[in-house]
Design a protein around this ligand. Structure first.
Ligand code: NAP
Length: 528
């Protein structure tokens, strides 16, 4: 059995006890064990602050971009091995594994490109300007200029089990381009992939010392040691995110925290979208993709489907038809199109969640029972059937607007077809990562978008003109902000250069235009 290690202070560290086992969720075979017990997190923080941080801050944006590009190339050269691990430890189909691994490599490459563009704009400067220099009094000599400088601390990244590759490296790409060293902690249950990717990067010798450390297992006293220049970027459940925000010392030391948590994402069709039309088919296809890709274990997956009452039966029929073709089982078995959920506790939670939803909505297909997976040993594997429920009263649908069932599950919620009602229903999710609206009625779309946007981090507006070019609602793009208000965590990640600002300090400089103008102004444009 593989024993996973942490990479701390430029050495591989073997934990001394309380091992957690990692399994193949398709078969329940034990694959590895992990523990970080005994790790010296004080030393890890010193190493990042005293070695990693100065090394990274000494690099220009062009040099950091090159580092990201090289990391993408090194990881890509080992892609096949990573895909195999994702299939084994994550229960991923090959397509799901690519979504995670290629997403990681693609985001590193995208941030390399953003960094190159930044370098063309700011040259060798290690800071960014925000807006132009401007006079502060009647004298043109006394001016103000805002600048963004990299902070001198550490970024602790804690990630969820569902994207051990993408989650780790989408965060890493942004922090490294900003000039901040990382201590990264994947969810233990699926950490095999992150561990192996880190091994490959470390072995390449390309990582500047102290800029990337890995914790496999518990974070021990790491978080309570964070200080005023440090950051925590957390992705996971709302419950854990809320707990970690309350870490002793975070409030008094103003440790910067961003949280990406769970979310009741929605899709809405407008009354103009006729069943059977191309636009309708895109609407249905996106729902099926979100239910089955990663077995519904995507933070951005559609959970609630709002459809005008007159079209609810047609939608139900279309989804049941499409899902009848889904083959649930061990992704290594030919013909399987959807794998298991990733852990025993996810299985328990998903089935309990379907049970809770079914007290307020009718199960149309699937259900709250564990199912047998094709190609799995008898009675083994964490398999859930794709499940559709249908609510009757949109505003009193109980947990439909409140409980994220992290699996292949959606609830159809018929509504009156008005843009205002649709926006109100989206808002019942109390803040979501993403929603999509499907309509060719521009006035309806505009009213819906303005009504729903305050509750959303991202909104995909699908019309006939873009349906065949648009990305799926669940796909997070490095150039677009990822995050959401309220229960989605209130955080933001990615969004091109915007993502860097979490790791930088905005300082207002006031003084002599001759000094400030020469050393700090000349920004051609503000950060955007
Ligand atoms: P989780 O149980 O909250 O765990 C998330 C991470 O927090 C794991 O690495 C976990 O480590 C760690 N953790 C738990 N307790 C901790 C503590 N006391 N101190 C330090 N770290 C701690 O969530 P999950 O089950 O992995 O992920 C599923 C959830 O993540 C879903 O709700 C999903 O919506 C959300 N998610 C959100 C996004 C987004 O971008 N918004 C993306 C993906 C997933 P261990 O594994 O070692 O316990």
């Amino acid at each position: 059995m593989i024993r996973l290690t942490s990479y701390l202070v430029s050495r591989w560290f073997v934990g001394s006890g309380r091992f957690v086992t990692l399994v193949d969720p398709s078969t329940e075979e034990i694959l590895a064990e992990a523990s970080s017990e005994g790790a010296d997190f004080g030393a890890a923080l010193d190493h990042a602050r005293q070695v990693g941080s100065p090394a990274l801050r000494a690099l220009s944006f062009a040099e950091r971009a090159l580092l990201l590009k090289d990391m993408a190339v090194i990881l890509h050269a080992n892609r096949e091995e990573f895909l195999d691990i994702a299939q084994k430890n994550g229960g991923n189909t090959r397509g799901d594994a690519k979504f995670d691994v290629d997403g990681a490599i693609g985001t590193l490459a995208a941030y390399a490109t953003f960094g190159e563009a930044l370098a063309r704009r700011v040259g060798d400067r290690r800071f960014l300007t925000d807006g132009d220099m401007f006079p502060l009094t009647r004298s043109p000599r006394f001016v103000g200029q805002h600048v963004w400088v990299p902070r001198t601390g550490v970024a602790v990244h804690i990630n969820a089990f569902n994207f051990p590759a993408w989650g780790t490296f989408e965060k890493a790409a942004v922090a490294l381009l900003a000039g901040i060293p990382i201590i990264s902690k994947p969810a233990t249950a699926t950490a095999l992939l992150t561990w192996r990717m880190t091994q490959v990067l470390v072995a390449s010798g390309r990582l500047p010392e102290g800029c990337f450390q890995l914790v496999v297992g518990s974070t021990g006293d790491l978080l309570s040691r964070l200080g005023p220049q440090d950051h925590l970027a957390f992705t996971g459940s709302n419950a854990t995110g809320s707990l970690l925000r309350g870490t002793p010392g975070f409030a008094s030391r103003s440790v910067r925290v961003t949280v990406e948590a769970d979310s009741l994402n929605a899709t809405v069709s407008g009354p103009d979208v006729e069943p059977g039309s191309d636009l309708w088919n895109t609407f249905v296809r996106n729902i099926v993709t979100d239910m089955t890709q990663k077995t519904g274990q995507k933070c951005t997956a559609i959970r609630r489907v709002f459809v005008p009452e007159a079209h609810a039966d047609a939608l139900q029929e279309a989804l049941v038809d499409a899902l009848a073709g889904v083959v649930v089982g061990n992704p290594l078995t030919p013909g399987v199109t959807m794998g298991p959920v990733s852990t025993a506790s996810q299985l328990k939670d998903a089935l309990a969640g379907i049970g809770a939803l079914s007290e307020h909505a009718t199960v149309v297909c699937g259900g709250a029972e564990r199912v047998a997976g094709r190609g799995a040993p008898d009675g083994k594997g964490y398999y859930v059937a794709p499940t559709v429920l249908r609510a009757t009263d949109p505003k009193n649908a109980g947990p439909v607007h409140d409980l994220e069932v992290f699996g292949p599950v959606v609830t159809i919620v018929p509504y009156d077809g008005t843009a205002e009602s649709a926006a109100d229903l989206v808002a019942l999710g109390q803040g979501s990562l993403v929603a999509s609206a499907v309509s060719d009625d521009r006035a309806w779309v505009e009213r819906f978008a303005l009504g729903a946007a305050p509750s959303l981090g991202r909104l995909l507006l699908l019309s006939s003109k873009v349906a065949d070019q648009a990305t799926a609602p669940g796909l997070v793009l490095p150039s677009m902000v990822h995050g959401g208000p309220g229960r989605a965590g209130g955080g933001e990640e990615l969004g091109g250069e915007r993502g860097l600002l979490f790791y930088m300090q905005r300082t207002a400089l006031q003084g002599d235009s001759a000094v400030i103008g020469k050393a700090f102004a000349v920004a051609k444009e503000p950060v955007s």
